[in-house]
Design a protein around this ligand. Structure first.
Ligand SMILES: [Zn+2]
Length: 304
């Protein structure tokens, strides 16, 4: 097995739970799927069971979560499940869902990760398609920004700065591989207690509770069990970033740095990048061949 191959889930994975924003119980089934099919969601509760590929061209909204779809067909809060796929290196899967929103579980990607690992991951007989950063590109929205630069391996670095003393300034970075991903997979989503009533008035966070989110007041964490990591907040922002950026449709190879980012910034950044992808990215089917070519040209350069 090489990590350059495409992967899918080895067996069916079933997960059910409450949806964060609607508060309804939703069931998802993750099924193995063919090479080059990508991650595709299928609304089995709707007539004709419409499908929506998890791709940036299908992003409908980024208001406190990432929602994809078309017309009335929507799938919300896909980011933690998408992060689980990206972090575990799963390229292809069919996600059948019987409602408009992925269950929130404990507010992290950990429940998806453990169930997928228990079912197993199967290697497929085709190379992955990577998007290798060819040229540095920075995208800003107010005081938020995200930047990509060429690098041999994929790394993520993030900083956040919240006025709430319970969060404050935090930064974290890691190289995206399966083991390092497990260090952020368990970090939970969070909100400020003052924002809860506004979110509920907007019809959001109806299913939210201390069971599936960290809630902070100005200077303390209200969850009785406390935090899972000292810097759980920035780890979760990284988790969201990994999940959202996977909507490019293939792994991004480069150094990714972000400050105060969120779903809206990720979506706008990807759309700007996609427009200029011919110039900024190289699509590579076989990283092994590329590395061999690079080292050959280095040797040729050294001899010359
Ligand atoms: Zn999140």
């Amino acid at each position: 097995m090489t990590s350059n191959n495409q992967h899918t889930v080895a067996r069916r994975v079933e997960v059910s739970g409450v949806a964060l924003h609607s508060g309804k119980v939703v069931r998802i089934e993750i099924l193995p799927s063919a090479i080059n099919s990508g991650i595709v969601f299928k609304r089995v509760d709707l007539p004709g069971t419409p499908s929506v590929p998890a791709h940036l061209s299908n992003i409908l909204s980024t208001d406190l979560n990432t929602t994809i779809g078309h017309g009335e067909v929507k799938i919300s809060t896909i980011e933690h499940l998408m992060a689980a796929f990206a972090g575990l290196g799963i390229d292809n899967a069919l996600v059948k869902i019987d409602g408009p929103e992925v269950p929130v579980m404990d507010g992290s990607a950990h429940p998806f990760v453990t169930r997928i690992l228990a079912a197993g991951i199967s290697t497929q007989d085709a190379q992955r398609r990577y998007f290798v950063v060819r040229q540095a590109f920075e995208f800003k929205m107010g005081d938020k920004w995200i930047k990509i630069e060429p690098a041999e391996v994929t790394s993520f670095a993030m900083e956040i700065d919240f006025t709430s003393k319970a969060i404050g300034r935090q930064s974290f970075s890691f190289n995206l591989d399966r083991d390092s991903f497990l260090e952020i997979a368990g970090s939970r989503t969070f909100c400020h207690e003052n924002d809860i009533s506004a979110m509920r008035k907007a019809g959001l966070a109806i299913g939210g509770s201390l069971e599936n989110a960290i809630v902070v007041s100005d200077d303390e964490v209200l969850n009785p069990e406390g935090l899972r990591f000292d810097n759980e907040f920035v780890r979760h922002k990284l988790l969201d970033c990994v999940g959202d950026l996977s909507l490019l449709g293939g792994p991004l190879v480069g150094k990714i740095t972000a400050s105060k980012s969120g779903h809206g910034l990720h979506a706008a950044f990807m759309k700007a990048l996609w427009v200029r992808r011919q110039e900024l990215l190289t699509t590579v089917e076989d990283m092994g061949v590329r590395r061999a070519k690079d080292s050959l040209s280095n040797i040729a350069g050294a001899i010359a």
